[in-house]
Design a binder for this molecule. Structure first.
Ligand SMILES: C[C@@H](O)[C@H](N)C(=O)O
Ligand SMILES: C[C@@H](O)[C@H](N)C(=O)O
Lengths: 158, 158
């Protein structure tokens, strides 16, 4: 059956930032991303998972040149909103599978995760859309990550 | 300046599930989503944020009819991989802004978050791609969420 993954994309110009234990109430996400926008920080992925208590974590990625500015913003906002800790890391990269309508096919994301797992590559962040499954991994593993994902979907590596 | 948001999409056939404190090591994401795929569960969003210690949380959404099956799978996998707690909720819905190349424009996501914040709507989950910013909110707030996001971007509500 057709898997419908048309390609593997990757991006090495990636830095991740995560702000932990933010108050889970209206207006918090707005304040953080408004502050980043005011500093002209280009945010790529924004990821917020579900939580069970009254706080949540928000992580996002930026281009590496924006990391310094983003960290300053996060430090200021963290104090203003009463968040907990934060971390940042520019030693990461993003690998994605792209395809039309694939995300609703059971198993496509699992195949990508399997390729990375079999290569011993830890998945740090995951985000999806109908046409894309993106994983953030350690930067020094991106070459191998792209290779094994290509191979898993029988796509010729570029 | 052009904001490039072409529309607001929403989906009320949404249930969220979150599995907490999964071991943050290769193979875990694979095992969870392989098990779901084997049961033909259609997964929409997959969200995993960054973490600072040796565990992570993984949340995802499914169509409401698949929630029962998904919960059984998560219960079994939770035991197998040694994860912590999990939660699920079918009283949620998804609202998204869609547009070409908008996610890299600072401020577009912040505007969507502002619209929801001003309406007192709490954002439970966030996921983005280059052409889409999606927020999961309480199901009984979806109508208002769609209205205020439409208004924020000067789009006529359908
Ligand atoms: C955590 C953050 O997303 C919050 N729930 C908000 O609505 O802004
Ligand atoms: C938490 C989970 O994503 C794990 N890091 C994995 O690679 O499968």
């Amino acid at each position: 059956k057709e898997i419908m993954v048309s390609g593997v994309a990757y991006d090495v110009n990636v830095a991740k930032i995560a702000l932990f234990d933010v108050p889970d109430q209206p207006g918090i996400a707005y304040r953080l991303f408004k502050a980043l926008a005011d500093e002209r920080v280009n945010v790529d992925m924004i990821i917020q998972s579900a939580k069970r208590n009254h706080t949540n974590d928000i992580s996002f990625t930026v281009v590496q040149d924006d990391l310094g500015t983003a960290v300053k913003v996060v430090e200021r906002i963290k104090a203003e909103i009463g968040a907990g800790d934060f971390i940042f890391d520019d030693g990461v990269a993003k690998v994605s599978i792209v395809g039309a309508g694939m995300i609703t096919r059971p198993g496509v994301a699992a195949m990508m995760f399997e390729a990375l797992a079999d290569a011993g590559i830890n998945i740090e962040m995951i985000s999806t859309s109908e046409v894309k499954v993106s994983c953030v991994v350690k930067g020094d593993q991106i070459k191998q990550a792209v290779q094994v994902v290509h191979a898993k979907f029988d796509l010729a590596a570029d």
